[in-house]
Design a protein. Structure first.
Length: 145
C-alpha cells in the first residue's frame, strides 16, 4: 500500500513538473506582452488644444477651435456622376473665407477685394453664384448653398 501511495505521489510530481516546464518554454522566445494602453476619450488634443474626438478643428480665421459642421456652409463635390461620402466646409469672416477640404490637411484662407467679388488664393477661387462654386484652376470641384 505504501509503495502504491509513493508511486502516485511521484507520478503526480513528475506530471506537474512537466507542465510547468512546457509553460516556461512556450513563453520563452516570444517578446513579453506590453500592457495595452487605455484610450482616454477627449485625450486627443492637437497642437492648438482642439479635440478632434469631439468634432473640433482649429480655425486660423477665427483663431479658436470650432466645429466646422456647425455655422458653416457645406460644399458638396461637383456633379461628376460619382458618389462621395465626404464633404467640405467654408466659414466666412468679413472679406475672408476659410476652406476646410476633405483633401487638405490644413485649411485654406481665401480673400476678396470687395462685396460681390470672388474669394481667391492662388489657383483656388470661391465664386458666389447660385450659392457657391469652388474652383481650382479651371476645374469646378465643389458646389454649395
Amino acid at each position: 500500500m505504501k509503495k502504491i501511495f509513493l508511486f502516485l505521489i511521484m507520478a503526480s510530481a513528475i506530471s506537474c513538473g512537466k507542465k510547468v516546464s512546457q509553460e516556461n518554454t512556450s513563453t520563452t522566445g516570444t517578446a513579453p506582452k506590453e500592457p495595452q494602453k487605455e484610450a482616454v476619450v477627449g485625450g486627443d488634443s492637437d497642437s492648438h488644444g482642439c479635440k478632434a474626438s469631439a468634432g473640433y478643428t482649429w480655425s486660423t480665421l477665427k483663431k479658436e477651435c470650432i466645429r466646422i459642421f456647425e455655422n458653416s456652409t457645406r460644399l458638396n463635390h461637383a456633379e461628376d456622376g460619382k458618389t462621395y461620402s465626404t464633404v467640405s466646409y467654408v466659414i466666412f469672416d468679413g472679406n475672408k473665407a476659410e476652406l476646410f477640404l476633405d483633401t487638405q490637411k490644413e485649411s485654406i484662407i481665401l480673400e476678396r477685394k470687395s462685396e460681390g467679388d470672388s474669394w481667391v488664393n492662388g489657383d483656388w477661387q470661391l465664386i458666389p453664384w447660385k450659392g457657391y462654386v469652388l474652383k481650382k484652376g479651371e476645374k469646378i470641384l465643389y458646389t454649395g448653398e
